[in-house]
Design a protein around this ligand. Structure first.
Ligand SMILES: C[S@@+](CC[C@H](N)C(=O)[O-])C[C@H]1O[C@@H](n2cnc3c(N)ncnc32)[C@H](O)[C@@H]1O
Length: 761
C-alpha cells in the first residue's frame, strides 16, 4: 500500500504511554497525602544534614548510573498558575517556616542561598537555605541547563524567589518549584538584599569600576556571562572616565550577545552611539549592533549597520564578509530565491539542522476568517506549486533524551490529564528563555492562538519581561509542527518502502509563527514541507487573491478501508470540509458497502496471485457507484488509492494504455480535472495534456505522474514531457523544491514510478 505523508501539525499527549501513565497513577495515589498537608506551615521534618545528604546521594547516583537505567523522571503539577506580577519591593520577606505547603505564597518573597552544587534532570535543582539555616529543595524549571554547569549557579549563590510555590515532593521533603523565569532573581553577592553574614569581604580595591570590570572580564573568559554582566553593570554604577565606561559597556554588550540577549545588546550599543562624542572606536559597537540585528532576523537594519561600519572604517574584511552574509539573507527575504540544494546539504552538516537563512513571506497575509479566528490568505493570483512562504523556525527543538528502543523520553512534564515529553519540554524551555531574553519578540509570539488558556496581561515587572510558561505551553500545544530532518528524505525513504519510524517524523519540533496561522481543511490548497528548520509552503492549486490558505493538521489519508473524519480533538474542533461533510452525510450502509469492496480490493492487491484485470475493474466500478457527488467536488480518498494500485499493477504488466486510463482515474479521484490525457492520438502535441484543476496532493501523486509519463512514452509520446512537468511540480509541492527532481526521478529507472536507484538523501 502507498505510504502516506507524515502528519503535519503536532499535538502530542503521551499520557497514555505505559511508563508515563504508571507515573501519573503513582502521583494520583500520593495526592491524597499531599492534600492533607495543604496549607500547613513548612516546618522542617528532617534535620538539615539528612536533607543535604539525601540530595548529594541522588546527585552522585545520577552521575554514575548509565543511560539505560534512567527511569522516567516525572514532574507533576496540579494546575497552571500565573507568574508573579508584583514588584519585589511590594512583597513581604518570608522565611521557610513562614511558608505554607502546596500553596502559592502570594504577597511574599524568600531569599535563599545554595548549600549544595546544582543538579539537572527535569529542573536545575539544589538544596538551599534561608537566613535561619533551614533548608529545602529548590527546583528551577525552564532555566538554561548551563546554570547547573561550571558556569552556572555556585554553592553560596543567593536567589530570590517571588511568591514561592512550596510543594511536598515525592520523597516527602519540601521543595520550592519555580516555573516562571521572572519569579527568580539571581542576586549578586554585593547586592543590598544580601545580609551581612552572607556577604563576601569587600576590600577597598574591589570598590572601583576598574576592579569590577576586571572581575567581569574574568567571568567573561570563563563564559560565565550572567556573572560577567552583573560585574559590568556594577562597574557602570560608579563614576568613571568616559573611555572606561565605553569599554565596560562594550564588554557588556558582547556578554549580552554571547548569551542571546540581543535586545539588550542593541540597547547598550545605541546608548553608546547616541553619545555626542563616543570616545572608543565605535566600529566594535556598530559591529555588535549589526550582529544582534542579524540574530533577530532584522536583516535590512543589519545590512544598513554593516554598510555604515564599512563607510566609517573601510577595509575591515570581517565587516565585508558579514555584510555579504546579511545581504544574502536580505535577498532571500525580499525575493524568495533560495539555493535549496545547498540548504539540503546544510541539513547534513548541522545538528540540530538549524539553517542560516531568512524568512520569505510571499503573496500571503494574516486576516480574520468568518468563523475560526485568524487565517492566512492569498494577496495575489497564485499557481499550483508557487512558493507562498518559506519560514525560518522561531524556535526548534529535538528530543535529546529520546530512546528509540522504547519510543519514550525519560523527561516528562505532566498535568493530571496530560503529559509532555522530550521535544515538547525542550521547545517550551527554549521559547520561554528566548522571550525572556528578547522582549521585543513577545508581542508577535503571544498573538498566536492559545486555545482556551486565559493569561494575565502584564508583560513587565521589576524592569524584566514576564513570560507565562503555561501560556507558552498552550501556544506550543496549539501551534507547533513536528518535522522530519527534510521532506525529501521522508519522500525518498517512503518511496523505497523504508519509511522512517513514526517517531522520526516527530523527532524535531518547532514553531513557525506565520505558517501556524493556517487553518485546517482536509480539502486543503497548500502543503508544507521542511528543509531542516525552514518550512516551505507551496500552493497545491491555482488560487485567486483573497483565498484562505488551508493545510492539513493531520492527513485525511488513512490506511485501511474504514472512513472517518480526521481526529482534530487536540485542537478543539472538528473539520467541516466537504470531504468530512460527505462522510457524515453518507449512510452507514453506503459506507459499509464501500468498505466491503475496498477490503476485497485490498486483499487482491496484496495477494501474489492476482485475478483477471476485468474482475478488479468491476470492483473498482462498484466502488465508484457508492459515491453520490462527483470527485471534482468531493475528492474520493479511498478510490484514489484503489485506482493507483491498479495502475501500478498495469504498469508492472506492461499495459501502458491501462496505466493511462487508471492513472488518470486515480488523479481524478483526488479532484483533478485533466484534459487531453486519454486521447492518445498521434496528432497530439505536448499542450494537449492539461491539468485544468488541481486536486489533493500526496507524495504518491509524483509517482502517478511518472507512471503516466512512462506509459505515454509508449502510447502518446507527445504527452510524455508534460506528464514529467506535472510530476516535477508535484514533487516541488511535496518536498519543497524541484532542484533535486532529476537526481530523484528519471525516465530510465527500472521502477514503474521512475524513482532512481541512486536517489538518496
Ligand atoms: C494553529 S491555530 C490556526 C490559526 C488560528 N485560527 C488563529 O486564529 O491563529 C489552530 C486553531 O485554529 C482553529 N481552527 C483551525 N482550523 C479550523 C477549522 N477547520 N475549523 C474550525 N476551527 C479551526 C482551531 O481553534 C485551532 O485550535
Amino acid at each position: 500500500m502507498p505510504v502516506l505523508k507524515s502528519p503535519g501539525k503536532y499535538s502530542h499527549n503521551t499520557s497514555n504511554s505505559p511508563p508515563h501513565s504508571e507515573a501519573l497513577k503513582a502521583q494520583t495515589a500520593n495526592s491524597q497525602h499531599v492534600k492533607e498537608l495543604k496549607g500547613q506551615l513548612a516546618k522542617p521534618v528532617k534535620p538539615r544534614s539528612t536533607i543535604i545528604l539525601e540530595f548529594e546521594s541522588r546527585r552522585i547516583l545520577a552521575h554514575t548510573s548509565d543511560r539505560a537505567s534512567i527511569n522516567i523522571k516525572s514532574s507533576f503539577i496540579s494546575s497552571a498558575y500565573p507568574p508573579c506580577t508584583v514588584p519585589l519591593d511590594k512583597l513581604r520577606k518570608a522565611m521557610i517556616e513562614d511558608l505554607r505547603l502546596e500553596t502559592h505564597n502570594r504577597g511574599h518573597y524568600i531569599l535563599l542561598r545554595t548549600v549544595t552544587p546544582t543538579e539537572t534532570m527535569m529542573a536545575v535543582t539544589a538544596i538551599v537555605e534561608d537566613e535561619m539555616g533551614n533548608v529545602l529543595t529548590l527546583q528551577l524549571y525552564n532555566q538554561e541547563k548551563e546554570l547547573a554547569g561550571p558556569q552556572g549557579i555556585e554553592e553560596g549563590d543567593a536567589i530570590v524567589v517571588k511568591e514561592p510555590y512550596v510543594r511536598v515532593m515525592a520523597d516527602g521533603n519540601y521543595g520550592i518549584r519555580v516555573d516562571h523565569l521572572s519569579d527568580v532573581n539571581f542576586v549578586p553577592k554585593f547586592h543590598d538584599l544580601i545580609p551581612y553574614s552572607w556577604r563576601e569581604k569587600v576590600t577597598e580595591i574591589d570598590e572601583s569600576p576598574e576592579s569590577w570590570k576586571e572581575k567581569g572580564n574574568k567571568f567573561f573568559r570563563q563564559a560565565s556571562y550572567r556573572a560577567a554582566i552583573e560585574c559590568y553593570s556594577k562597574a557602570l554604577e560608579f563614576d568613571h572616565p568616559p573611555g572606561l565606561g565605553t569599554t565596560i559597556e562594550c564588554n557588556r554588550t558582547l556578554a549580552f550577545l554571547n548569551s542571546g540577549q540581543f535586545d539588550a545588546a542593541i540597547l547598550g550599543v545605541e546608548k553608546e552611539l547616541s553619545k555626542p562624542d563616543p570616545s572608543i572606536p565605535s566600529d566594535k559597537a556598530l559591529f555588535r549592533k549589526a550582529q544582534a540585528l542579524y540574530q533577530l532576523q532584522r536583516f535590512s537594519e543589519s545590512c544598513k549597520t554593516y554598510k555604515l561600519l564599512s563607510e566609517r572604517y573601510p577595509g575591515s574584511p570581517l565587516a565585508q564578509e558579514e555584510l555579504a552574509r546579511a545581504s544574502a539573507r536580505l535577498a532571500e527575504q525580499n525575493t524568495g530565491n533560495y539555493e535549496f540544494k545547498k540548504m539540503l546539504s546544510e541539513t547534513k552538516e548541522r545538528r540540530p539542522p538549524c539553517l542560516d537563512h531568512a524568512t520569505y513571506i510571499g503573496p500571503v497575509a494574516v486576516k480574520k476568517t468568518e468563523s475560526h479566528g485568524n487565517g492566512l490568505f492569498t494577496t495575489a493570483v497564485v499557481k499550483a506549486g508557487d512558493l507562498l512562504l518559506c519560514e525560518k523556525a522561531f524556535s526548534y527543538a529535538i528530543d535529546h533524551n529520546y530512546d528509540p528502543s522504547t519510543g519514550l523520553s525519560p523527561l516528562s512534564v505532566s498535568h493530571p490529564d496530560r503529559a509532555f515529553n522530550g521535544a515538547d519540554a525542550e521547545l517550551i524551555e527554549t521559547i520561554t528563555q528566548k522571550l525572556h531574553k528578547n522582549p521585543s519578540l513577545l508581542d508577535s509570539f503571544l498573538e498566536l492562538h492559545r486555545g482556551t488558556y486565559d493569561a494575565m496581561n502584564v508583560q513587565e515587572v521589576d524592569g524584566k519581561p514576564v513570560v507565562d510558561t503555561f501560556l507558552v505551553e498552550h501556544i506550543v500545544d496549539m501551534n507547533a509542527f513536528g518535522s522530519p530532518i527534510s521532506s525529501r528524505k521522508s519522500h525518498i525513504s517512503s518511496r523505497k518502502g523504508t519509511p522512517p519510524p513514526e517517531n522520526e517524523n516527530f523527532q524535531y519540533l518547532g514553531i513557525w509563527p506565520l505558517a501556524s496561522r493556517m487553518n485546517h481543511s482536509c480539502f486543503n490548497n497548500a502543503c508544507h514541507s521542511f528543509i531542516g528548520d525552514m518550512m516551505i509552503i507551496r500552493a497545491t492549486k491555482d488560487l485567486a487573491p483573497n483565498t484562505e490558505i488551508t493545510a492539513w493538521y493531520r492527513s485525511p489519508f488513512s490506511s485501511g478501508a474504514s472512513e472517518k473524519p480526521v481526529d482534530l480533538k487536540p485542537w478543539g474542533f472538528g473539520c467541516d470540509c466537504i470531504i468530512c461533510q460527505d462522510i457524515a452525510q453518507s449512510t452507514e450502509s453506503i459506507l459499509s458497502t464501500r468498505k466491503g469492496y475496498l477490503e476485497q480490493l485490498r486483499s487482491i492487491f496484496t495477494s501474489p496471485r492476482k485475478p483477471k484485470a476485468r474482475g478488479i475493474e468491476r470492483l473498482l466500478s462498484k466502488v465508484e457507484e457508492t459515491y453520490s457527488k462527483p470527485a471534482c467536488e468531493v475528492p474520493r480518498l479511498k478510490q484514489w488509492i484503489a485506482y493507483l494500485l491498479h495502475a501500478k499493477d498495469c504498469a508492472e504488466s506492461n499495459k501502458p494504455k491501462e496505466v493511462v486510463k487508471f492513472g488518470l482515474k486515480a488523479l481524478e479521484s483526488l479532484g483533478y480535472i485533466i484534459e487531453g490525457g486519454n486521447a492518445l492520438r498521434a496528432s497530439d502535441s505536448e499542450n494537449s495534456l492539461l491539468v485544468k484543476t488541481w486536486g489533493l496532493m500526496d507524495d504518491e501523486v509524483v509517482s502517478c505522474w511518472m507512471m503516466l509519463a512512462r506509459a505515454y512514452r509508449l502510447v502518446a509520446p507527445a504527452l510524455q514531457a508534460r506528464a514529467v512537468i506535472y510530476a516535477k511540480i508535484s514533487y516541488k509541492i511535496c518536498v519543497g523544491e524541484d532542484e533535486t527532481f532529476y537526481k530523484t526521478y528519471g525516465q530510465h529507472s527500472d521502477r514503474t514510478d521512475g524513482l532512481l536507484p541512486t536517489a538518496r538523501y
